[in-house]
Design a protein around this ligand. Structure first.
Ligand code: GTP
Ligand code: MG
Length: 207
């Protein structure tokens, strides 16, 4: 069972790095625990969000060079569920081969992860969603995959601007704005809401 402590919906008691999956069809850790994957374009803040979520500064590698995370990295939390940090897509400066790699890697990953309980799709609050963002959301919807949409880097905007961006992004992607979670890995805004959404996704599969 997940422990609650005060208002924290997810207390981290144990955290283990399980390894990385480099290519579609390549090695991945054996696991039957429910899994949650984190997807989004390069530099959107996936690794930073994971670190903030679990309260570790250096669990996932954060980089000033976009496109840094090239593998799917797996972390087991509290012997209860697994988090998968997916490589970012859509960074203009990576090679064509690298660009083309994300989709089969992701599709292969989804196909061979029946225990996947949900995907957290990250969107940079300040930017218009890209074609890749929309394509991934469509892919997840087609597969009936529970999807949590997180709007990152909320600290870079005023409250008012953030609320306007959240509405505009939700409208362009045909999402309900109340289904999106504004998030900042700098201030911790949104951390508990996201943790609660993840706990409910993983316990839904476990029961
Ligand atoms: P790739 O692994 O390259 O796909 O990137 P990523 O999505 O894992 O992004 P990462 O966490 O490495 O962050 C990219 C840059 O954005 C870094 O310079 C972070 O410090 C910065 N960043 C991430 N999240 C936030 C945030 O919430 N607020 C602010 N101000 N900066 C952030
Ligand atoms: Mg990363």
């Amino acid at each position: 069972m997940t422990e609650r402590s005060g208002d924290n919906p997810l207390v981290i008691r144990k955290l283990e790095f399980l390894g990385g999956m480099a290519a579609a069809g390549g090695w991945r850790p054996e696991s039957t625990l429910p899994e949650i994957a984190f997807a989004g374009r390069s530099n959107v803040g996936k690794s930073s969000l994971l670190n903030r979520l679990v309260g570790r500064k250096k669990l996932a590698r954060v980089s000033k060079t976009p496109g840094r995370t090239r593998e799917i990295n797996f972390f087991r939390v509290n012997d209860q569920f697994v988090l998968a940090d997916l490589p970012g897509y859509g960074y203009a400066k990576v090679s064509k081969t690298q660009k083309a790699e994300w989709r089969p890697l992701l599709e292969g990953y989804i196909a061979r992860t029946p225990q996947l309980a949900g995907v957290v799709q990250l969107l940079d609050m300040r930017r218009e969603p890209s074609e890749d963002d929309a394509a991934l959301l469509d892919l997840l919807a087609e597969q009936g995959m529970p999807t949590i949409v997180v709007l990152t880097k909320a600290d870079k905007l005023s409250r008012k601007a953030a609320a306007e961006r959240a509405d505009s992004i939700a409208r362009s992607l045909l999402l309900d704005p109340t289904q999106t979670i504004p998030f900042s890995s700098v201030t911790g805004e949104g951390r508990d809401d996201l943790a609660a959404a993840i706990v409910s996704a993983v316990t839904g599969v476990a029961t």
